[in-house]
Design a protein around this ligand. Sequence first.
Ligand SMILES: [Ca+2]
Length: 297
Amino acid sequence: MKAHRLNTAYAILTLTLFGCDAPTPQKGRPGAGPAATDPIATLVMVMIPAGTFEMASPTTEKERSPNETQHTVTLSKDFSMSKYEVTQGEYLAVMGNNPSYFTTTDSTGKVIGPDLKRPVESVSWNDATNFCAKLTASEKTAGRLPSGWEYRLPTAAEWEYACRAGTSTAFHYGNDLRSGMASFKGTKEYVGGTGTVENTNGTILNRTVPVGSYEPNAFGLYDMHGNVREWCLDWHDAYPVGSVVDPVGPTEGSLRVIRGGGWNDYARMCRSANRYITVPDDRSRHVGFRPVLAPGQ
Ligand SMILES: [Ca+2]
């Protein structure tokens, strides 16, 4: 994997939606999330260097799906990815509405305080792509985009490469995911070599949490495991065999790919290789997204 190129490129690609100045790049702040003073409409992007990785899971990984056929993927171009899931505040700032379920109550009806730093959810694939298009247009008008670059959903390959951040384990944290390590159903943990294990004392959140509430991965990306499942660009299909370069999925289909698991999923659903699929007009309180910024395809 090539070395990170975080200096000049980072400064160019660390963009605010409406502000005049790029915010100071945020170093890893485990568990802190965006600072209280950050503009609510700030989208912080992290550079992801081009490279090659093994996509999907080895046959030895417990509770994998048989369709997680491992294959070699090369991503030939650097891109950047949103450090956090798109928040309710960011979505509101760009689209003018907040469709999220988790504003005043959790999934059991218990009152929760509104917090625009929770991830936006209840957005369809089309809602997510419309967000990216509108953000691209406004940033282009403002002269803040490198020529030819655009915001869009990540391909499933880009998403998994960014999630793994150089790891080949079931999670970027390693082979275990325990309650308290991410936003997921903490009574159903995962242990490498064993699979799902019960933890009767595990945390059941019944809601999303503000983005950035847990440790990031080696790229500095937060909540790649859990909180909201994340829309990808691709139509769903069987994986290719052998080695591929910059895969984008099939040209047509009926189901879109979703990655990373969410606040009410078992840990095994949050594995780096796990794929979830649904129709593109599905609006679920389990699903949000995070854009990449990349050269136009
Ligand atoms: Ca997530």
